[in-house]
Design a protein around this ligand. Structure first.
Ligand code: IMP
Ligand code: MG
Length: 179
């Protein structure tokens, strides 16, 4: 698996440091949290980020999971977002924090945000581990960003290529031969 990695972009240590900072930023931004926080995570790419992030947020929270498919199989270009596991949560009156792995074209987050806003949350914020600023559209504003990266396809720390490499502890670029 490691032999398919061309370059490590963000090391394990950098990830741990930044995720800790993000957790503190997020908790501070909500001020006194009174039990209305719902973390809504977009599967599958966000699972590792989510697990590390929420264990550093010592506040009452509920967890909800949705699945959005945008990069089927070996695709490395988004083909448009589709919800494959619906938002079932009752988010009315809740402070909702959406946790996603990466903001690329923004189709995924735009869709999830629309779905959520129809359900009347008290507030809605978005946290994403990575962002490709050269592609991210201005209408999909995110509140918390871990790292801005170049427009290249990355794997690891939850992100996949054809459902592989999610278990790499760092963010990396694959070699041409591996794709
Ligand atoms: P968007 O809808 O184009 O913003 O795409 C977002 C989703 O596509 C992310 O949540 C990822 O699951 C996937 N994605 C986007 N860029 C990458 C990448 O560089 N590597 C792996 N998955 C990616
Ligand atoms: Mg995703």
């Amino acid at each position: 698996m490691q032999s398919n990695v061309a370059r490590i972009l963000i090391t394990e240590e950098q990830l741990q440091l930044r995720v800790g900072e993000l957790a503190r930023e997020i908790v501070t931004s909500y001020g006194t949290i009174d039990g209305h926080l719902t973390i809504l995570t977009i599967l599958n790419g966000s699972i590792i980020f989510l697990a590390d992030l929420i264990r550093r947020m010592p506040v009452m929270m509920r967890l909800e999971l949705v699945t959005v498919s945008s990069y089927p199989g070996r695709a490395t270009e988004s083909v448009g977002a589709r919800l494959t596991r619906e938002v079932s949560a009752d988010v009315r009156g809740q402070d909702v924090l959406v946790v996603d792995d990466i903001l690329d074209t923004g189709k995924t987050l735009r869709l999830v945000r629309q779905e959520l806003l129809q359900r009347g949350p008290r507030s809605l914020k978005i946290a994403t581990l990575l962002r490709k600023p050269s592609k991210a559209p201005p209408d999909v504003a995110v509140d918390f960003v871990g790292f801005d990266i170049e427009d290249e396809f990355v794997v690891g720390y939850g992100l996949d290529y054809d459902n592989h490499y999610r278990n790499l502890p760092y963010i990396a670029v694959l070699s041409k031969e591996a794709m």
